[in-house]
Ligand binder design. Structure first.
Ligand code: DGI
Ligand code: FE
Ligand code: FE
Length: 187
């Protein structure tokens, strides 16, 4: 699938704002893939489709999580987490994209996972630092991303966990496991 076809497909599923975010993630993911030696074409496609399921009704996402035997724990945490695994499923089913590396990068783009692949990392980080993002601390992560992928990633996940804790929100266990796994890599 080429870039134009992919963008056209995803555009119908997103708001204008989310589509602009997607373009930012795509451009950032390509730069990161080139910098760190990931597959640039796969990074482009994973970025384009990473938020494919963002606007699916909650009921539909919940049903997919149940029917497909996905991690049931997802259902007791923030529904914002659901669009990642549900997106991987729907991108395969509806778009026909069946590259497991791309699907994994979509599946784990919100929580990360233990043993993230290079492509998973590129997409997670691109989602966090694309030019439209205005998180506190994002500029520091952008700086780290110029030279050290794992350092940038740890900082991004740390910021996200701190952000959730400040709002007294629960943190999905996989997010913590991802943090621990990446901190270990840096020792
Ligand atoms: O889809 P995006 O907005 O581009 O970014 P994302 O896929 O990283 O989703 C961010 C949302 O998910 C944000 O509202 C916070 C939420 N989130 C991320 N990690 C966790 C989480 N919510 C909970 N409860 N626990 C997490 O670990
Ligand atoms: Fe997302
Ligand atoms: Fe996103």
């Amino acid at each position: 699938m080429d870039r134009e076809g992919a963008l056209q497909t995803v555009k119908e599923h997103l708001t204008d704002h989310r589509y602009q975010h997607t373009i930012g993630v795509m451009e950032t993911a390509i730069v990161l893939a080139e910098r760190y030696g990931a597959d640039v074409k796969k990074a482009e496609l994973a970025a384009i489709f990473h938020d494919y399921a963002k606007f699916r009704p909650k009921d539909e996402m919940k049903q997919i999580i149940l029917d497909q035997g996905m991690e049931q724990q997802l259902l007791v945490f923030n529904s914002e987490l659901w669009h990642a695994p549900v997106g991987a499923f729907l991108v395969e089913k509806e778009v026909g994209l069946n590259d497991e590396e791309i699907l994994d990068a979509i599946r784990y783009h919100t929580s990360g996972r233990v043993g993230m692949s290079l492509l998973d990392k590129v997409i997670y980080l691109a989602d966090y630092i694309e030019p439209g993002r205005r998180f506190p601390g994002v500029d520091e992560v952008r700086e780290f991303a110029k030279a050290n992928l794992n350092q940038a990633l740890v900082q991004a996940i740390k910021n996200s966990i701190q952000f959730l804790m400040k709002k007294n929100q629960p943190v999905y266990p996989d997010t913590i496991y991802t943090y621990n796994d990446l901190v270990k890599l840096r020792e």
